[in-house]
Design a protein around this ligand. Structure first.
Ligand SMILES: *Cc1c(COP(=O)(O)O)cnc(C)c1O
Length: 396
């Protein structure tokens, strides 16, 4: 029986294997031959009982680690009460989450959806409402998602070209040139989209001068500044939102969230400034599952833990510990908080060896980049143990 598996692993003598039935999944991802069955905090166990340290967190989503007691209790309690009633009605978890997110960020309104790409779609439609027919400016290396609108503002030929034609009118600015960015934003521009810390590109914090230039250009031209914090939001960089960080200090008009917001439960949100609260009217946009009670209850519990000064200080402290540990291995580290990356020759090979030889879950965002986005609750001891395993890999 033929299975979708990576060529490297199929020739090795590892016990790892894909589960029976794996061939029924479309091969849109190159999966490792590991089936995880259980998790607790920053640890994972596979079907053979092997224990792993998780430095990926479901791609920066399980902020509180696996099976966090508060999230489990919240999901169970909400599950026994009410799941979903549609957006024709209100539920308490939905309204409470909207108020908390708006008060802690831009102060306007919140649209709920189920993923990052959908949060971006909402931002694009908002921008088109504010400037009919307007186009979009994005930064080189950006990743905003896989749906057609989000893909259209994701300037990566390998991802875009097979699916052309996309939404026209997207202009790409270099990610480190404030003047070039300013020059691209004109009176046709509906929105500038920026990840304050680019994630999929390999963890690149955008310089504050570039963010300030984007803000100034949007103000001059009447365009919206959209921050895509799908990956870098919800405590990931050591502040609740990346734009709260003192190294950013620029406020957007629209904020997109997903990934960490649900701690592993699917939810996305698009948040506006007060002036944009009425931009989308009934019938303009929607999402059947958006704002469902289960997702909103869990997201409220995530905020209960993450939106806390001591918790966020802990993220910064452990981020510094991880950064220092990586640096002491001779690696050039970049990133912020617990969103870090380093460059190394053949990153995919290192990630694979880390997984099978050291039971360390990492991710390569490109041929030479290894990304580390552990659960925000990972302990100092677990970080130190992960660094020791990495040291063994690099040494041997
Ligand atoms: C993951 C990601 C997205 C897309 O989110 P999905 O939930 O996969 O649709 C968008 N923007 C950024 C910055 C991301 O990291």
């Amino acid at each position: 029986m033929s299975r979708q598996r990576s060529p490297e692993t199929s020739t090795s003598e590892r016990s790892a294997r894909a589960p029976a039935g794996a061939e029924w999944l479309l091969p849109t991802y190159r999966r490792f031959d590991i089936e995880f069955v259980r998790g607790a905090g920053a640890l994972l166990w596979d079907a053979d009982g092997n224990e792993y340290i998780d430095l990926l967190a479901g791609i920066a989503t399980t902020q509180l680690g696996h099976a966090h007691p508060l999230l489990v209790a919240t999901l169970r309690a909400q599950g026994e009460r009410l799941w979903h009633v549609s957006n024709f009605f209100y539920t308490e978890p939905m309204v409470r989450l909207a108020e908390r997110l708006a008060r802690r960020s831009l102060g306007g309104g919140v649209f709920f959806c189920n993923s990052g790409a959908e949060a971006i779609e909402c931002a694009l439609k908002l921008a088109r409402r504010a400037r009919p027919g307007g186009d979009f400016v994005v930064l080189e290396g950006a990743f905003h998602g896989r749906t057609f609108g989000a893909l259209s503002v994701t300037p990566q030929p390998a991802k875009q070209e097979p699916f052309a034609p996309l939404v026209p009118g997207v202009r790409v600015a270099p990610r480190d040139d404030p003047e070039a960015l300013r020059a691209l934003v004109d009176e046709r521009c509906a929105a500038v989209l920026v990840e304050p810390v680019q994630g999929e590109a390999g963890v690149h914090p955008i310089a504050s001068e570039v963010l300030a230039a984007a803000r100034a250009a949007c103000d001059e031209q009447g365009a919206l500044l959209v921050f895509d914090e799908v990956q870098c939001g919800i405590g990931r960089t050591g502040s609740l939102f990346a734009y709260h960080h003192e190294e950013v200090a620029v406020e957007p008009d629209v904020l997109c969230l997903a990934k960490g917001l649900g701690g592993g439960f699917p939810i996305g949100a698009c948040i506006t400034r007060p002036a944009l609260r009425e931009a989308l009217q009934p019938g303009d946009h929607g999402s059947t599952f958006g704002g469902n009670a289960l997702a909103c209850a869990v997201a409220n519990a995530v905020l209960d833990v993450v939106d806390d000064v001591a918790f966020l200080r802990g993220v910064r402290d452990r981020g510094e510990r991880l950064r220092a540990g990586l640096a002491s291995l001779g690696l050039a580290v970049r990133g912020r908080g617990l969103m870090l990356a380093f460059e190394i020759e053949d990153a995919p090979a290192l990630v694979e060896r880390a997984l099978y030889e050291q039971r360390l879950v990492l991710n390569a965002t490109g041929p030479t980049t290894v990304r580390l986005v552990p659960p925000l609750v990972i302990s100092e001891q677990q970080l130190d143990e992960a660094l020791a395993r990495l040291a063994r890999l690099l040494g041997g």
